[in-house]
Design a protein around this ligand. Structure first.
Ligand SMILES: Cc1cc2nc3c(=O)[nH]c(=O)nc-3n(C[C@H](O)[C@H](O)[C@H](O)COP(=O)(O)OP(=O)(O)OC[C@H]3O[C@@H](n4cnc5c(N)ncnc54)[C@H](O)[C@@H]3O)c2cc1C
Length: 229
């Protein structure tokens, strides 16, 4: 019999979270999985590119993990996520087992980084966890964005991004190449991903010439910490 705490978590989820259903799971590569979702609530939800959703990964708990929706279609009540599979955390396990027809309880979309009012030129820096944000920005802004990302397997990530329409330069992790990526003219900087990279880049960007007009930055994960948000 389910413990009281588990039943309470399920009751709270039913009352406070949006109920969606998984309509498709597509392995884009060894480490990246796309999950398509549908919910009647999405038809009236307020979505802006750069919003986040927080998924409940396990029944009987309120464990939540954060992802970036893109391909938002209010008329159909549909959206998509792309998850980078790493390790054995709750989201990694959810991504591995999820199948069409499965329920998906989530919170959001809620504001995270607002990509609607960026300058005409944008420098986008990130890592594998920035994949959804890159796709969302590409939809909102098909031109004028320079994508430079770091990854454990650059060739794999380059291909995944290309499949999402994003042409990117992907460099090996910790190569320090990201610290010297100034844009030109008037541009905004969007930087997300590993906390160990986001902070140093924000600091380095103060010395870039020209510097960014505006910086939108957020750490998406940090070594040894879980569910960073
Ligand atoms: C606003 C926001 C939007 C996000 N959007 C996306 C998205 O669209 N796609 C996506 O894939 N991720 C995205 N993330 C990152 C994702 O939420 C984290 O990677 C999350 O920790 C994954 O949960 P987990 O249960 O697999 O691992 P956790 O249980 O949270 O962590 C387990 C271990 O894995 C490590 N870890 C976590 N993430 C990574 C990583 N990316 N690389 C290497 N090690 C890691 C942790 O430090 C920890 O040691 C987003 C995060 C935020 C805050």
């Amino acid at each position: 019999m389910a413990r009281i705490s588990e039943r309470l978590a399920d009751l709270a989820s039913g009352a406070f979270l949006t109920q969606a259903v998984v309509t498709r799971r597509t392995a884009l590569s060894e480490h990246f999985v796309r999950v398509d979702l549908q919910s009647e609530k999405f038809r009236s939800a307020s979505y802006t590119p750069g919003s986040k959703v927080q998924l409940r990964t396990d029944r009987g708990t309120m464990t939540m993990r954060t992802y970036t929706p893109f391909a938002w279609n209010a008329a159909e009540g549909t959206t998509s996520l792309v998850a980078y599979r790493h390790g054995t955390g709750p989201a990694a396990r959810w991504i591995d087992r999820v199948a069409p027809g499965d329920p998906c309880d989530l919170m959001g979309p809620r504001r995270s980084l607002d990509l609607t009012s960026t300058a005409a030129q944008v420098v986008f820096i990130g890592d594998e966890s920035s994949v959804g944000l890159a796709a969302a920005l590409h939809e909102a802004r098909p031109e004028g964005v320079t994508y430079v990302l770091e990854a454990d397997v650059p060739a794999e990530y380059t291909e995944v991004l290309a499949g999402l329409g994003v042409t990117a330069t992907v460099v090996p992790k910790n190569s320090h190449d990201l610290l010297t990526v100034p844009g030109s003219g008037v541009y905004d900087l969007v930087v997300t991903g590993d906390a160990a990279t986001v902070g140093p880049i924000r600091r380095a960007a103060r010395d870039w010439t020209p510097g960014p007009a505006k910086t939108l930055g957020k750490a998406y994960w940090a070594e040894g910490r879980t569910g960073l948000d």
